[in-house]
Design a protein around this ligand. Structure first.
Ligand SMILES: *Cc1c(COP(=O)(O)O)cnc(C)c1O
Length: 473
């Protein structure tokens, strides 16, 4: 019986197919539709029974490549403004291919000193980039959600310790509810992390002054005074408006009341890169734990997130699973990153980050962030100048929150109208920006964090909206 997986001679054939397809695909991104609904039929090619006899590597890879290049949502192009979605810089994408080529087991130092050293180096670079003290511990995660799980696990260990319980070994049984406080800007992923950690997503209490979600500091302070050790979640970059909590004030409160400050800077941490926005991130580097994403504004392929924790010992207390608590070595080199985060086996997530930071440096990222700030400011100006568009929040980073509001349409019809316009925009496929809900309104909130985006693409969004809106009837 043949053994087709033993195909050494053709091992690189599939890779060659991908490499050959890469240049034409990447070149097509500037002009092609972000998503072409007419091509969704191609997805049928994925179906079928489990093959009894396979067709061989090159044939299978060629088929997957054909389906994918036709029917994927081309998020890495410059006109995907939906959600907060980054692209992949050329260096990061190539670094990601190297990750697959070398297929390192990056959990234990002994299985890959290369991956461990690269992770230590990029965590150091990222701390420098964000202005986080070098003494912070850190670990790469698959996403910001997992970085929340990581940072809030450290927080949960710290909090249980205050109640004389080792939560890693004993669990939460018998403990009171862990108090977690935030503003109305909190992202759903923070609640999801609490849900995963057994703390309950609805135990998070928000203190907001008004419908904008802005923090009510006196109310928060009162809750801190009443509750003993607590967790404060500070938000740096809200997904509808880019709005942020006053992190320095939250850090002061945390110090005064002995609370743990966790900061969600999934994309907002990148505000620290430009003097134009650095004030928004001020205070983030005083947090006990910090979340940020690589697959958003750093433009590293999915999946890439970072968790930084002020006292590195809490990472090993929360995740040192096999009784082999991690103690930093004198040389800091032999780090077992699977003892510092939720994963055990894991890929060498550091390689694309290393490649892109080495390729473009702090200056390159500052320039990109500022180009996006300019694009957002330009878009906001066009919105304000258009009599049928309404800007709904000041632009603080690279998100612009607005809605379609033609004269004469009553308020109660605007949500349905904007929802229909959003659906029409996605169906059109040239510029991809669906709707969201902000202060009870159906809104557009294009987010510009992809390295390919310039003010011209931002402008195209308005052009296409104005073309589609009259056709809604
Ligand atoms: C995207 C985002 C998250 C979640 O990030 P994932 O990487 O998708 O898990 C959390 N917080 C904010 C503010 C975000 O924008």
């Amino acid at each position: 019986m043949s053994d087709p997986i033993h195909e050494h001679d053709t091992a690189a054939e599939g890779l060659a197919l991908v490499a050959n397809a890469a240049a034409p695909y990447l070149q097509s991104l500037d002009t092609r539709l972000v998503h072409d609904q007419a091509r969704d039929g191609v997805l049928a090619g994925l179906e079928g029974p489990l093959p009894e006899r396979g067709e061989g590597g090159p044939a299978a890879v060629g088929e997957l490549l054909r389906i994918g290049t036709e029917a994927a949502t081309h998020v890495s192009g410059p006109r995907f403004f939906h959600l907060v979605t980054g692209g992949s810089t050329p260096a990061a994408m190539a670094g990601d291919w190297i990750t697959s080529l070398l297929d390192q087991a990056a959990g234990l130092w002994i299985s890959s000193p290369f991956a461990a050293r690269a992770e230590t180096v990029v965590l150091g670079w990222l701390k420098e980039l964000f202005g986080i003290p070098a003494s912070y511990g850190g670990v790469l995660t698959p996403s910001a959600t997992f970085a929340h799980v990581t940072g809030l696990s450290a927080a949960r260990y710290w909090w249980a310790e205050k109640h004389n319980v080792d939560v890693s070994s004993q669990g939460l049984a018998g403990l009171p509810q862990m108090p977690v406080f935030s503003s109305g800007l909190v992202h759903v992923s923070t609640r999801k992390a609490l849900q995963i950690l057994g703390c309950g997503r609805d135990t998070l209490r928000t203190f907001a002054r008004d419908g904008s979600g802005a923090i009510d500091l006196p109310a928060l302070e009162e809750a801190l005074a009443q509750n003993g050790p607590a967790i404060i979640v500070g938000n740096l970059g809200e997904v509808n408006t880019g709005d942020s909590d006053p992190l320095d004030d939250l850090a002061d409160l945390a110090e005064r009341h002995g609370a743990w400050l966790h900061v969600d800077g999934a994309f907002g941490m990148f505000a620290a890169l430009s003097p134009r926005t650095a004030h928004l991130a001020r205070g983030a580097a005083r947090a006990d734990s910090i979340t940020a994403d690589g697959h958003k504004w750093l433009n590293v392929p999915y999946e890439s997130g970072f968790s930084f924790v002020r006292d590195p010992a809490y990472l090993s207390k929360a995740f040192g699973a096999w009784g082999a608590a991690y103690l930093p070595e004198a040389d800091g080199e032999r780090v077992n990153y699977n003892m510092l985060g939720p994963e055990s086996s894991r890929r060498a997530r550091a390689l694309p980050i290393w490649a892109t930071l080495r390729a473009y440096g702090r200056e390159g990222y500052r320039a990109m962030v500022e180009r996006h700030l300019d694009a957002a400011a330009h878009l906001a100006k066009l919105v304000e100048a258009a009599p049928d568009l309404e800007l709904l929040a000041p632009v603080q980073m690279s998100i612009v929150c607005f809605r379609y509001r033609p004269p004469g349409v009553p308020e109660e019809e605007l949500d349905a109208l904007n929802a229909r316009l959003g659906a029409a925009l996605l169906a059109d496929g040239r510029v991809y920006a669906g709707t969201s809900t902000y202060r009870g309104m159906t809104v557009f909130r294009p987010a510009m964090v992809n390295w390919r985006i310039t003010a011209a693409e931002a402008e195209q969004l308005i052009t296409v909206l104005h073309e589609l809106a009259p056709r809604l009837g």
